[in-house]
Design a protein around this ligand. Structure first.
Ligand code: AMP
Length: 182
């Protein structure tokens, strides 16, 4: 299968081509079509098999299709268990979104709050966060999750292993029930 069969927007396809990718990996070929169709998707594949692009590409495409006019906060929220993963995902959103106007912000523990307040004020389209620090911002009122229409739980099994169940439940309760979940 070629990437062009996946019905990705030309700007996204161009970024993927710039990366030198010829074909979607198996998890991408399986997950991207239903994700683009608006369905919830659970995908399980080993590290290094292209899972990040399997959710970042549909997330970018959904942003292209959504009308951001009255948005109070991010449209896409990606939760991930560690700071390192959050940084990798942020990099991926920049790489695959290089021909798009969207703004990503990363909110992780161990980083200064002041910079994060400022970043959140700039109304990012995508928010990539670890659960604990995101809860802190929710409690301080510095993030509004009421516009999220796509929630990604990256490495959901690991988030549960790391004891994030209560945090993840609190966050999922704060995003609209009518949303897509990957
Ligand atoms: P991940 O599993 O998301 O951490 O991705 C592992 C590596 O595979 C990353 O370095 C990606 O840049 C690369 N990658 C992702 N999708 C593809 C693809 N379709 N073809 C070739 N490399 C890819």
């Amino acid at each position: 299968m070629s990437f062009s069969k996946l019905q990705l927007a030309p700007a996204i396809l161009k970024a993927v081509t710039n990366c030198g990718y010829k074909h979607p990996t198996p998890v991408q070929a399986e997950a991207i079509p239903p994700a683009l169709g608006g369905r919830d998707v659970i995908a399980s594949a080993q590290t290094g098999t292209g899972k990040t692009a399997a959710f970042v590409l549909p997330a970018l495409q959904r942003l292209l299709q959504s009308s951001p006019k009255s948005r109070k906060g991010p449209s896409v929220l990606i939760l991930t268990p560690t700071r390192e993963l959050a940084e990798q995902i942020t990099q991926a959103t920049r790489t695959y979104g290089r021909h798009l106007p969207f703004k990503s912000v990363t909110i992780v523990g161990g980083m200064p709050y002041r910079d994060q307040f400022r970043a959140l004020d700039q109304k990012p389209d995508l928010l990539i966060a670890t659960p604990g620090r995101l809860i802190d911002h929710m409690e301080r009122g510095s993030v509004d999750l009421s516009s999220v229409h796509l929630l990604v739980l990256d490495e959901a099994d690991r988030m549960l292993d790391m004891g994030f169940i209560d945090d993840v439940e609190k966050i999922t309760a704060a995003v609209p029930g009518k949303r897509q979940t990957l």
